[in-house]
Write a new protein. Structure first.
Length: 313
């Protein structure tokens, strides 16, 4: 596997490139300028897999004229069968080569074999995200900015209690945000494409970053008025599937996200679509977070169709 840094690139610009000057020519579009009044269209997906339903989802996304795709985990459902990682790269290549893809991981991406294989080995090898660039110690959680949005990608399957590194990166805002004048319009690490001919993963990485922010409360809302969190296991879920899977993480982190006035939290895991009103601590709260579940990307396990008749307030 090879990971390549290119740039700096101009904002809102279409680039054409080849790998080593041979093979097919690829086209990619950079993000718009960083700023509070700059419009941007996010495509958000979870639990994609490699099925005909996945293909339909990707075709709809490809026709949406989006600027960036954000992935809430469970990428491909390899479940230890390593050739699926390669076939997924080929499967999504027409879309991932044209727009930035920012991903976090799910339980089907873990592939943990105690003693013999560390968790997320295949995922980390192929999908390198901006951990160093955003001052995170792990590829599994990081942050970036795009247009007027500050996005924090979290891991539902790494330690997240108050003594964990992940929690303290969030609490102390050790994630670094990035200035708008360099590579790919403030989007730190951008998956460009999976090259079928060489099986190389290509990423776009930011080369400059602004000052370290002390904590979530100091996110500059005049510059990035929207604050969004992406993770895998939902904290609020009225579907019969995967009840309470996100409770421990919610207990550890909900307060700090609420105090930071996070606007939206997007999750996958449950193979259905669901959206809440603004909530906090299991109650409607006008200052709370809107929770959105998008785990219906098209994976082989099918949809989770059964909801509780009486949803909680």
């Amino acid at each position: 596997m090879h990971h390549v840094v290119i740039g700096p690139l101009e904002d809102s610009t279409t680039y054409y490139c080849k790998c080593g000057g041979v093979g097919a020519e690829y086209r990619l579009k950079t993000l718009p300028l960083l700023g509070p009044d700059v419009p941007i269209k996010f495509a958000v997906v979870g639990d994609l897999g490699q099925t005909e339903w996945t293909k339909s989802t990707l075709e709809h996304i490809g026709n949406s004229n989006h600027d960036i795709l954000v992935f809430a985990g469970d990428l491909l459902y390899a479940d230890y069968y390593q050739p699926y990682w390669d076939s997924f790269g080929e499967f999504v290549e027409p879309y991932a080569r044209a727009r930035p893809w920012m991903v976090t991981e799910g339980n089907h991406d873990m592939e943990s074999v105690p003693i013999f294989m560390e968790s997320f080995r295949a995922y980390n090898t192929r999908w390198q995200m901006p951990c160093m660039e955003s001052s995170s110690d792990s590829n599994l959680y990081y942050s970036f900015e795009a247009a007027g949005v500050h996005v924090i990608m979290l891991d539902s399957y790494t330690d997240f209690d108050v003594d964990s590194v992940q929690f303290n990166c969030l609490k102390l805002k050790k994630f670094i945000s990035f200035s708008a004048d360099v590579l790919f319009s403030a989007c730190s690490t951008l998956f460009l494409r999976y090259l079928h001919c060489h099986r190389h993963c290509i990423y776009l990485l930011r080369t400059h970053y602004c000052k370290l922010q002390a904590d979530l409360k100091k996110v500059d809302r005049s510059r990035t008025p929207w604050l969004i969190v992406i993770l895998h296991a939902p904290w609020y879920n009225t579907n019969y599937a995967h009840q309470h899977n996100g409770d421990a993480m919610k207990k550890a982190m909900e307060k700090v996200l609420y105090e930071a006035r996070v606007d939206i939290l997007v999750a996958g895991h449950v193979h259905a679509y669901e959206r809440t009103t603004r909530v906090y601590d299991d109650n409607v709260d006008p200052c709370g977070i809107v929770h959105v579940t998008v785990g219906d990307g098209g994976n082989r396990e099918g949809l989770a169709r059964k909801f509780f008749r009486d949803a909680p307030d």
